[in-house]
Design a protein around this ligand. Structure first.
Ligand code: PLP
Length: 405
């Protein structure tokens, strides 16, 4: 695989920002889209637009076929046993809210516990807090150490007979930590605790096999996986999904409606009320096929090379402090600069064409743990190069000069 050929697939990367080549280092927030994904969206509206499942005419049938083909692409991509276990939702956020509401409604009683880790994104905290408030349940938090690694020795003590679910991230968006998720799931299952894996940050970077992981639920977002915004996936084992009540009421999720009683549709439609994001689903299928065409070996090796290069270069700068130094990481580097607010770092490097994120990254408990308000964060996608990182390093020297560090 040649990186220049890959970059040529991403039209946005060809532009200059303030006269500099765009060094896009914010793929953890959202990834850029290849031509094939952009074309899938416009092709759908130009040639195939019709509502799905209900039509008896050609366009509707072919749109339905493309939509359901995308579900099979998702099934293959995460190695789900059945396509009906792959539910299309708006995003990881919506997937977690769905499980919190529907699984929570079914399983959680006053006095029960939901276990989370100390490195969760707000979208894997707040839905559980809302559930706990409603049900009189409590949260238990698996702690982490100063490197940003979970303290797995304590997991056995966090899980109790009252624990109804462990909801945990596969990889941290703020620290880059890649958690040993299979081991964590094994421990939870040994305590009869089902596990939801937030795969928003892992799915773009490594092969996901939900059968090998044996997770009960797995979630990811299309827009971080080289696909469109507004589409995400919830995978769930059928036995859970079948026992859960529907998430929203409306068209398509029903089997029969009368004013006296409604019966619900089978999986996956029970959880897909109303007209879904048809074009986005189809383009998500295209994005997953694009990733597979590049290949996991290339993606993992390439991104690990970028991570190693950036980690070494940034750690050698005395004015930079890395936040999140776990042994196993995805391509995410968070850092602070002594005496400079991360927002200033982000704004100044932007002047040199470098797009990084600055803030709490929707992970305020992580910022509290490290006693900082925010970090600057560079994150990599399959299209980044060592010269993107060099451009960041040069721009950081400009920040240093301005703040006389
Ligand atoms: N979980 C993690 C670990 C994330 O990084 C993000 C987004 O940054 C989310 C969940 C939420 O994803 P979305 O905004 O696509 O719903």
């Amino acid at each position: 695989m040649d990186i220049n050929t890959i970059r040529a697939d991403f039209p946005i990367l060809k532009q200059k920002i303030y006269g500099y080549p765009l060094a896009y280092l914010d793929s953890a927030a959202t990834s850029q889209k290849p031509d094939s994904v952009i074309n899938a969206l416009s092709q759908f509206y130009q040639q195939n637009n019709a509502n799905i499942h209900r039509g008896v005419y050609y366009l509707s049938e072919s749109a339905t076929k493309a939509y359901e083909n995308a579900r099979h692409s998702v099934q293959r991509f995460i190695n789900a046993p059945h396509a009906k276990e792959c539910i299309f939702v708006r995003s990881t956020t919506e997937a977690i809210n769905l499980v919190a509401q529907c699984f929570g409604h079914l399983r959680v009683q006053p006095g029960d516990e939901i276990a989370l880790s100390a490195m969760e994104h707000h979208s894997n905290i707040v839905p559980w807090q809302m559930l706990c408030e409603k049900k009189g349940a409590t949260l238990k938090i698996l702690p982490m150490n100063q490197r940003g690694e979970l303290e797995l020795d304590t997991l056995e003590h966090i899980l109790t007979p009252k624990t109804k679910l462990l909801a945990i991230t596969h990889a941290s968006n703020a620290l880059g930590t890649l958690n040993p998720i299979k081991k964590i799931i094994d421990v939870a299952h040994a305590h009869q605790v089902p596990v939801l894996v937030d795969g928003a940050q892992s799915t773009p970077h490594l092969k996901i096999d939900v059968q090998d992981l044996d997770c009960d639920f797995f979630t990811f977002s299309g827009h971080k996986t080289y696909g469109p915004t507004g589409i995400g996936v919830l995978y769930g084992k059928s036995r859970w999904l079948e026992s859960m009540p529907p998430y929203q009421g409306g068209g398509e999720m029903i089997s029969h409606v009368s004013f006296a009683k409604t019966t619900y549709n089978d999986l996956p439609y029970k959880f897909e009320a109303g007209t879904p994001a048809i074009a986005e689903v189809i383009a998500l299928g295209t994005a997953l096929e694009y990733i597979e065409s590049i290949g996991w070996d290339f993606i993992r090796n390439h991104e690990q090379q970028l991570l190693a290069y950036a980690t070494e270069a940034l750690s050698s700068l005395p004015f930079i402090k890395l936040i999140g130094t776990a042994e196993e990481k995805i391509g995410v580097i968070s850092f602070t600069m002594e005496g400079v607010h991360p927002h200033d770092v982000g704004s100044i490097v932007d002047q040199y064409g470098v797009a990084i994120r600055a803030g709490h990254h929707c992970a305020m408990p992580i910022m509290d743990f490290f006693n900082i308000p925010a970090t600057a964060r560079a994150s990599f996608g399959l299209y980044n190069t060592l010269s993107d990182i060099d451009q960041l390093l040069q721009a950081l020297q400009e920040v240093r000069k301005i703040f006389k560090l």
